[in-house]
Design a protein around this ligand. Structure first.
Ligand code: AMP
Length: 453
């Protein structure tokens, strides 16, 4: 069913309930405020619950950890309900770095907090005695980096003889870091009768060959890489008070060159509020998010694609499945909490090599998020310094520290960057009180032209 929706360029949003997730895990997901599964979760969870092998092309930021952690926890829990087994390692997750291993461990603990399953993590570079003590208490799920794992196996501190689920996460990084031999050794120690998952951001030959050795008739799952489009997109940032964001949006949308605009809101309620304000201002728009029925979302999307609807307001999860080639503008009404999401949002425009615009609004509360994004994309996003809704605050904490931001890159060379005092503290001009007569003077496109003259 998901495939059909994908082919039509529409979205198939499901709930975790529809994915048959059991109550104790649902409760944990509620605490995490996960409202809907991400696309990789929607695709992977049903397959993994059935015990299938998976070859997944996905990177961090797509929700891939939950995509494998949730079904592993669920299957082990249900197995345990059927027959009480002893605490031996039944699931093994291999990760290339200590940081990733710790992150995966945290996720397992969070999603499995209402289940009677024990999880631990082992990695090198620290004393092994504490890790051994925890292992000796009995563990159901082990997350490990390959070196330390082999070390402890050789010391007979643990065995993989009862492992029935094996995950290789960030396999390409594992190979890059020279772990290929270790990984193969470890896999050989895991019983052949098992479920195996391999996730990798890229799929070079070496990974495909490893996959064919260790996976059994795997289902292929792909979350498309969007980074490639970044160079074709013109980015800009508007510093603006939170309360003025709607006015700024309405103002920007006066520009009829914005032919097809996807506006991102952090929350569903926020999306509804934006649409209400736009409609009041005479701008037709629709919201798509998890609270809307499948029919309403499909219809909004259809109208948007048919160019009958110029503005669509979406939450991140709802927008992920949208596949529209001629989207002219993405507007981040709210900055995303996770830097990777910024790239995913941008990837909604600039499809098919067409280029596009990504405009972001940044309020005082969001400056830290902006710094994180810039560090992640390794460039400054050009600031639109001259607009009608500049922030009024003189609060100095609103000024991110220049030294904490990344180095200027070539793509940023024609703009004024960083966070000059004036970006944040400039008082509104008198003219602000009236609606600007000529929007185009201030839009990002013109900024670009001006600066390249
Ligand atoms: P990952 O790709 O596993 O590193 O996940 C990236 C981020 O997305 C993490 O901060 C997760 O906590 C978060 N996340 C995973 N699944 C969901 C979901 N269904 N809804 C909201 N956030 C999620």
């Amino acid at each position: 069913m998901y495939d059909i929706f994908k082919k039509e360029g529409a979205i198939k949003l499901m709930t975790f309930q529809e994915l048959q997730i059991i109550e104790p895990i649902l409760k944990a997901l509620q605490t995490k405020e996960y409202e809907e599964p991400t696309p990789i979760q929607t695709e992977s969870i049903p397959l993994l619950l059935q015990g299938k092998d998976i070859l997944g092309s996905a990177q961090t930021g797509t929700g891939k950890t939950a995509a494998f952690a949730i079904p592993i926890l669920q299957n082990l829990y249900l197995e345990k309900q059927k027959e009480k087994s002893s605490r031996v390692i039944k699931a093994l997750v291999l990760a290339p770095t200590r940081e990733l291993a710790l992150q995966i461990h945290d996720n397992f603990k969070e999603y499995g907090k209402n289940l009677d399953l024990r999880t631990t993590v082992i990695y090198g570079g620290v004393n092994q005695s504490k890790q051994i003590r925890i292992l000796n208490q009995g563990i159901d799920i082990l997350i490990a980096t390959p070196g330390r794992l082999l070390d402890l196996i050789q010391q007979k501190k643990l065995t993989l003889a009862k492992v029935s689920i094996l995950v290789l996460d960030e396999a390409d990084r594992m190979l890059d870091m020279g772990f290929v031999k270790d990984v193969k050794k470890i896999v050989a120690m895991v019983p052949k009768e098992r479920q195996t998952m391999l996730f990798s951001a890229t799929m070079p030959k070496a990974i495909m060959s490893l996959a064919s050795e260790i996976l059994n008739q795997p289902e292929r799952i792909q979350v498309s890489p969007e980074e490639a489009t970044i160079d074709k997109i013109i980015q800009s940032i508007y510093f603006v008070d939170r309360k003025k964001k709607t006015d700024l949006l309405i103002h920007l949308l006066q520009n009829k060159e914005m032919k097809s605009v996807l506006v991102f809101s952090r929350t569903k309620h926020g999306a509804n509020r934006i649409v209400k304000s736009l409609i009041q201002a005479g701008i037709r728009s629709e919201a798509i998010h998890g609270n809307k029925s499948q029919g309403a979302r499909q219809e909004a999307l259809f109208q948007f694609k048919a160019k009958n609807l110029r503005v669509l307001v979406a939450t991140d999860i709802a927008a992920r499945g949208i596949d529209i080639d001629e989207l002219s503008h993405v507007i981040n009404f709210d900055l995303p909490d996770v830097p990777e999401t910024y790239i995913h949002r941008m990837g909604r425009t600039g499809r098919a090599g067409l280029g596009g615009f990504a405009i972001s609004f940044c309020s005082e509360e969001e400056t830290k998020l902006l710094q994180d994004i810039q560090r992640h994309i390794k460039m400054y996003i050009p600031v639109v310094k001259d607009h009608y809704f500049l922030p009024t605050t003189s609060n100095t904490s609103y000024q991110p520290k220049e030294q904490n931001t990344p180095k200027k890159t070539k793509s940023s060379s024609n703009y004024s960057y960083g966070y000059s005092k004036s970006s944040f503290t400039q008082k509104k001009k008198k003219t602000d009180k009236t609606q600007p007569k000529n929007y185009s003077k201030y839009d990002a496109r013109n900024q670009n032209k001006k600066s390249s003259n």
